[in-house]
Design a protein around this ligand. Structure first.
Ligand code: HEM
Length: 508
């Protein structure tokens, strides 16, 4: 109730933009100045051997690079310190960055390091409704994880795959028989739709305009995630208000779909029904849908965009991928070839998608290595602990950049080269594309199936080629932007594809 009242207040504020800017900016500056001038706990000197070396930067100076150019900031700081572990301050919070073989093993296995507290504080790009998507009790989080496992059982996924293929066919039909598209614009939209289909309610997934609206709102959450609203989430900065409004609008859409389902008495065959049948309280249902949509759609959409970008720029792998899909269809679907690709792919059983696609498995693995600029974040919620001999005080935040392992030339020679044929290192924690130790991705079964089915459909439907502004194949292509911590997007328009449908679709 309090949130809703506050939002009404915000709305009336936002109508008067100029007054709002002044009313918000002035106190913001004052509070930030006070926080800057106040000594941080990093100023307490502790020269013990076990204390990680401190970055010689003032707390305020680390904020912008940590949030805006995290990859450059962490890489250059490791170099500057000459150590595999260092610490710095974000306002009054101690953050310890770790790297190296022992460091990553300790990071992924330490008992007291908590992902939820770390992520909630340092990431910020999630809907912010306390009790629903933030400040969740451990009990609610573990309930959401349990339901996610039910939503990925083989039965449910087998019924879901034809719907994912139908949605994708529908969207690809809107592209027409030929044209040009920007992979980093069209592909995330496609995967947002399939993720809504997989994790939410039919009432939303069947309404293209509503899905587009939801995507816009989630994009706004990304855009409004600024250092101020992450570090001072209670402070009514313009970004915090924007984030709160977007969260409330997402909440309204999801809550409305839940109400409709309950009031209609209709029994759907979707994830919402699994949640309702489990008798979970409304907060768990809302938290599941609102929270996992962002985790699922953003990561899967980013991975899919890069996987297609790599395929388009590595024709030898594109041919291997097409051959694998054609083999899959001929092995598992006895339907005549006159059937649509959607129908043929829908006949492939889930075991074949999961067990008979070694080329796709290798391509997904390699894409997550090169194009996942994740920095894992934790908070030590236990007593003081140690990482590679360095003391991690209780309450400190700890971060581990995936670049430490995935772009490490000792483990992956010529690390920026996308090469799915690379041999896999046997060293523990030498690959963490789906997490590691006590924190692994709980949605990876769904994510891999979405990637395989939708990209297979694209490859069967279209002939395509990369083009630049003048319609020629570009001479050079940008690599994943690891400083863009959320989507790792290249500059807009750098991966344009010219496509034409492989066979005429008479239903158009
Ligand atoms: C290609 C798509 C995806 C990738 C690359 C990916 C990757 C990851 C990684 C690396 C982690 C560990 C993060 C860390 O240690 O800081 C993680 C955790 C997680 N992922 Fe995913 N993910 C994907 C899709 C999904 C989807 C579709 C869902 C939900 C349906 C999901 C749900 C989760 C959850 C709940 C966790 C937290 C696990 C925990 O707290 O123990 N992910 N994911």
């Amino acid at each position: 109730m309090l949130i809703i009242g506050f939002l009404a207040l915000c709305r009336s504020f936002l109508a008067e933009r100029a007054t709002t800017s002044v009313a918000i900016t002035v106190p913001s500056v004052v509070v930030l100045l006070l926080l800057w001038l106040r000594p941080t706990d990093g100023d307490d000197s502790d020269d013990s051997e076990a204390t990680p070396i401190k970055l010689p930067e003032w707390g305020i100076l680390t904020i912008k690079p940590f949030f805006r150019t995290r990859f450059d900031f962490l890489s250059s700081s490791f170099e500057l310190c000459g150590k595999s572990i260092f610490q710095f301050n974000l306002l009054r919070n101690t953050v310890i960055a770790v790297s190296g073989e022992v460091g990553r093993k300790d990071f992924f296995t330490s008992k007291g390091l908590d992902i939820n507290e770390g992520f909630a504080f340092l990431s910020g790009a999630i809907p912010m409704l306390p009790g629903v998507t933030s400040d969740l009790q451990a009990r609610r989080i573990s309930m959401i994880h349990k339901r996610l496992s039910t939503a990925q059982n083989s039965d449910h996924l087998s019924r879901l795959l034809p719907r994912i293929l139908a949605d994708s066919t529908g969207i690809m039909r809107t592209w027409g028989n030929s044209g040009t598209l920007d992979l980093f614009d069209s592909v995330p939209k496609l995967f947002f739709q399939t993720t809504v289909r997989a994790l939410a309610a039919t009432e939303i997934a069947d309404d293209a305009a509503l899905v587009a609206r939801l995507k816009e709102l989630y994009d706004r959450l990304d855009e409004t995630t600024t250092p101020t609203c992450v570090l001072l989430p209670w402070f009514p900065s313009p970004s915090m208000l924007g984030k709160l409004l977007a969260s409330k609008r997402i909440y309204d859409i999801v809550n409305h779909a839940i109400e409709l389902r309950i009031q209609s008495g209709r029994h759907g065959d979707d994830t919402l029904q699994i949640l309702l049948d489990s008798g979970d309280d409304r907060m768990v249902v809302l938290g599941f849908i609102m929270g996992l949509l962002v985790a699922g759609a953003r990561s899967t959409g980013t991975t899919a965009s890069w996987l297609l970008a790599f395929l388009e720029s590595h024709p030898e792998w594109k041919y291997k991928a097409i051959a694998e899909v054609e083999q899959l269809v001929s092995d598992h679907s006895s339907l005549p070839l006159s059937n649509s690709h959607e129908t043929q792919l829908s006949a492939v059983p889930i075991e074949a998608w999961e067990g008979n696609m070694p080329v796709f498995d290798a391509m997904i693995r390699e894409t997550l290595r090169v194009a996942q600029p994740h920095t894992a974040m934790r908070r030590n919620i236990g007593p003081d602990t140690y990482i590679n001999g360095a003391r991690i005080p209780s309450g400190a935040y700890v971060v581990y950049p995936f670049s430490d392992v995935h772009l490490n030339s000792a483990l992956y020679p010529d690390p920026w080269r996308w090469d799915p044929a690379r041999s896999e290192s046997k060293m523990p924690f030498s690959y963490v594309g789906w997490g590691g130790g006590k924190t692994v991705c709980l949605g990876q079964r769904l994510a891999k199936l979405e990637l395989k089915t939708v990209i297979s459909l694209y490859l069967l439907e279209f002939k395509s080629d990369l083009v630049d502004g003048s319609g020629r194949r570009p001479d050079s292509l940008p690599r994943p932007n690891w400083n863009d911590a959320l989507t790792c997007k290249p500059p807009s328009g750098s991966y344009m594809v010219e496509y034409s449908r492989r066979k005429t679709d008479f239903s158009l």
